[in-house]
Write a protein that binds this ligand. Structure first.
Ligand SMILES: *[C@@H]1O[C@H](CO)[C@@H](O)[C@H](O)[C@H]1NC(C)=O
Ligand SMILES: *[C@@H]1O[C@H](CO)[C@@H](O)[C@H](O)[C@H]1NC(C)=O
Ligand SMILES: *[C@@H]1O[C@H](CO)[C@@H](O)[C@H](O)[C@H]1NC(C)=O
Ligand SMILES: *[C@@H]1O[C@H](CO)[C@@H](O)[C@H](O)[C@H]1NC(C)=O
Length: 738
């Protein structure tokens, strides 16, 4: 013990020229000099003391001499082996490894080594663009940390973790070793930088997508199909996305840099998608593509001539950011898919037929005619395109109410400005479907593209206009994207809107319009005298059993009120991403029983459950007599079962007693690697009980013996942990006699 302390002191004195403050503050134990003398006496007489010290010198300094980023192995694990350039591409929130060759074997107890990762022009620790990765004993996950997992003479192998929120981009890595007194610092850089990307394979990343086939399609497929033509004459062309081609990743990061946004914001996919939607068009920021629709494409490439995104991005990069001529919607959409897939955000190219372009945020397509039914040319700004192409990308939306995670529409074609810039989205498909156009970003515009009514307005003698005709079904149909794993067309219209003509669809249109620039387009309800509320009894429904939700209506009028009500129940991820709708009901209610019970049957949702058992109830209805719209969403959690704790025997200080902890697995699946933590002040210290697996719906009882150490009212607390189930707790009051 003392000898090793001695070594340490030699090291601090010898490897750096000055005696450090650390050295001074270490009080030499009284026996120190005696032992020192004894050590000197042990040395062979021929070795003079000075030469021993200088011999130690070269051994003692710890320097990293080379770093092997193990690209082959890391790339395979990180699904980045397709990137063509010989660069190190990793995904955040996933362990990667490296071998470091040192000047001498590593000493876990005394040596100091850590990693620095820096990105962007001015790396700052506070902005997470300069990360100092500490060396830890045991990796915890979802944070920056590194651990030595193997030692081989002078080489050590590190496992490194990063959080699911890490800034993406190009990082310069430095391995830093410090001599124990902290005065001398040695650094070493690998020949490669690290490109850190989003990670749809990791639950801790908000672009997490839980289906392998979908990840293969929406992240890794580099060829796709883009639909065009017109309703009932749908055409398609193959598009080469080429997101892994040589130089494309560098171009994507160049595009982000050119946006002049701070790279500290590049950890958030909402931001990144918005930046990309602004940068793919050249308007206002010298982005990638110049849009042109005039038919005269001299001086550039005709938009229909492009076969894919690679030539466009290469041309942009080679010309140091001079915008490429020319693009139209499918070119903007194709390039956006390339850039986002390249950065690791699941993305697809989407075509909408009869796509409306609403210029005045009325959320209707307005056609103006004069007294003779002739169109008034200068007043007709809105248009309906045969087709329009944009993108859907997948992410959680922690910035919005739950239920809005999942697919988000993003449109890079320059059409209308958003906060002064030509960009559009991300707009949640759920919000568009429900007409909740007040949610970020640009829902009114996307809503109008897919679900606006075409309204014919006729000029009156006094110059005002009257609505004379409404077409409800013209806009937004056959919304198409390439199917997962095949070249078939997948119709996703239902994700953007309820069935044409259904009550829900009408409610959505009117809700959306009421937030637009002409809120009076639709007849306002004659009265708004009914209120609707969802109530949950007690602590809410329990995971694993049937339950009921109650919808309460209050009739504030003095007349009879009937309601038609549509309800939908969906399973959600804890991130707010919608997983699947499992129950849809439509009912006509006369209000007299002013409470409606919605049954929540465990059998119907048990196979869909994920994470923490989060569910969402969406209600859309209308009062028949007044046309009042009733709409609400209600998110709730299924309560996890408690641990039942039963003390056995009489609790007395110093006498052994037992508790019985019982638990029923509520899930239809086996719980893996279950661990219990138990503790109680005065009863027993914190302890970990490794239980193993619990079969589906299985009941287990665990007994724990301990000897109370303190008298009085005590609490025995237990919690159960496993990857499928969290938040399972139990507590028992135990009165311990002296
Ligand atoms: C697209 O492919 C065709 C056929 O291979 C080729 O002739 C054309 O030059 C390509 N377009 C561009 C812009 O390279
Ligand atoms: C396209 O949409 C129209 C209008 O909704 C519908 O009648 C038609 O069946 C759709 N065509 C296809 C191929 O889905
Ligand atoms: C609503 O109130 C009116 C007047 O009190 C009553 O006639 C009608 O039955 C009420 N409807 C319901 C559902 O309570
Ligand atoms: C409202 O409900 C009552 C009772 O069921 C029924 O007689 C009446 O026709 C309904 N009115 C409407 C407008 O549906």
């Amino acid at each position: 013990m003392l000898i090793s302390q001695l070594t340490l002191l030699f090291l601090s004195q010898d490897s750096c020229s000055r005696v450090s403050p650390v050295w001074k503050s270490v009080r030499a134990p009284p026996l120190f000099w005696k032992h020192h003398a004894r050590l000197a006496a042990l040395l062979p007489p021929a070795t003079p003391k000075a030469s021993l010290l200088s011999g130690l010198h070269s051994h003692l300094i710890l320097k990293a001499q080379s770093i092997d980023l193990m690209k082959l192995k890391n790339h395979k694990n990180h699904h980045t082996d397709l990137y063509q350039d010989n660069i190190c591409v990793l995904r955040r929130s996933q362990t990667f490894q490296m071998w470091i060759t040192l000047s001498r074997p590593f000493n876990r107890h005394t040596d100091k080594l850590h990693l620095h990762l820096k990105t962007g022009p001015i790396p700052e620790v506070g902005k997470r663009t300069h990360v100092i990765v500490p060396l830890v004993e045991e990796l915890k996950g979802n944070c920056w940390e590194a651990a030595v997992v193997k030692e081989n003479d002078k080489r050590i192998k590190l496992s490194v973790n990063s959080p699911g929120t890490a800034v993406i981009g190009r990082y310069r890595l430095t391995v830093e070793t410090t001599c124990p007194n902290g005065l001398a610092i040695y650094t070493c850089n690998p020949s490669d930088d690290i490109y850190m990307l989003f990670n749809p394979w990791s639950k801790d990343d908000s672009v997490f997508l839980d289906d392998e086939e979908e990840r293969q399609e929406y992240v890794l497929n580099d060829v796709g199909r883009i639909y065009n033509g017109r309703v009932n004459q749908i055409g398609a062309r193959t598009w080469n996305y080429g997101q892994f081609d040589s130089g494309i990743l560098a171009t994507c990061l160049y595009i982000l840099e050119k946006s002049k946004t701070l790279c500290s914001g590049w950890g958030d996919p909402v931001n990144v998608v918005r930046i990309v939607s602004a940068m793919v068009n050249s308007n206002d920021d010298a982005g990638v593509l110049v849009g042109k629709w005039s038919g005269d494409y001299t001086g550039g490439t005709c938009p229909t001539f492009w076969n894919g995104s690679v030539e466009i991005l290469q041309q942009y990069y080679a010309s140091k950011g001079s915008p490429v001529k020319y693009g139209q919607c499918w070119v903007f959409g194709g390039v956006t898919t390339t850039v986002l897939r390249c950065l690791g955000i699941p993305t697809r190219t989407v075509t909408n037929f009869n796509s409306a372009h609403d210029t005045d945020v009325s959320l209707t397509i307005d056609v103006y005619v004069d007294e003779n039914m002739d169109t008034i040319t200068n007043k007709n700004q809105d248009s309906i395109w045969n087709f329009h192409v944009w993108n859907d990308c997948w992410m959680a939306r922690p910035d919005l109410p739950p239920g809005n995670g999942g697919w988000q529409a993003v449109d890079a074609t320059p059409q209308e400005t958003s906060n002064g810039i030509y960009c559009c989205g991300p707009a949640p498909l759920t919000a568009i479907r429900n007409g909740q156009v007040y949610l970020k970003y640009d829902c009114p515009f996307v809503f109008a593209e897919v679900n606006s009514d075409r309204i014919l307005w006729q000029r009156n003698a006094d110059g005002t206009y009257s609505k004379i005709f409404t077409e409800k079904k013209v806009v937004g149909c056959n919304i198409s994207t390439k199917a997962v794993g095949s070249d078939e067309r997948n119709d996703i219209t239902h994700m953007y809107k309820y069935a044409e003509g259904s009550e829900e669809e009408r409610v959505a249109v009117e809700t959306a319009c009421s937030y637009g620039s002409k809120p009076d387009t639709y007849e306002s309800p004659t009265a708004k005298d009914v209120t609707m509320k969802v109530v949950m009894e007690g602590e809410g429904p329990k995971l694993g059993s049937d339950a009921e939700l109650i919808v309460k209506f209050i009739n504030h009028s003095c007349e009879n009120r009937n309601v038609s009500l549509n309800s939908q129940l969906a399973v959600m991820y804890y991130t707010g991403v919608h997983k699947a709708t499992f129950q849809k009901e439509k009912r006509d209610l006369d209000l007299l029983p002013n409470k409606v019970k919605l049954a929540l049957t465990y059998d119907k949702y048990k196979d869909l459950l994920v994470d923490q058992g989060a569910l969402m109830l969406t209600l859309l209805g209308r009062v028949k007599e007044t046309q009042q719209v009733l709409a609400t969403q209600f998110g709730f959690l299924l309560r996890t079962p408690d641990l039942i704790i039963k003390p056995i025997g009489k609790p007395v200080v110093g006498q052994k007693m037992t508790v019985e902890i019982s638990f029923i697995n509520p899930l239809p699946e086996e719980l893996k690697d279950v661990v219990l933590n138990v503790e109680g002040i005065g009863l027993l210290p914190v302890q970990k009980i490794t239980y193993g697996d619990i079969r589906s719906n299985g009941r287990v009882t665990i007994t724990k013996d301990f000897t109370p150490t303190l008298a009085g009212a005590k609490k025995f607390v237990a919690s159960l942990h496993c990857s499928q189930l969290t938040q399972v707790h139990g507590v028992a009051d135990i009165y311990v006699e002296a």
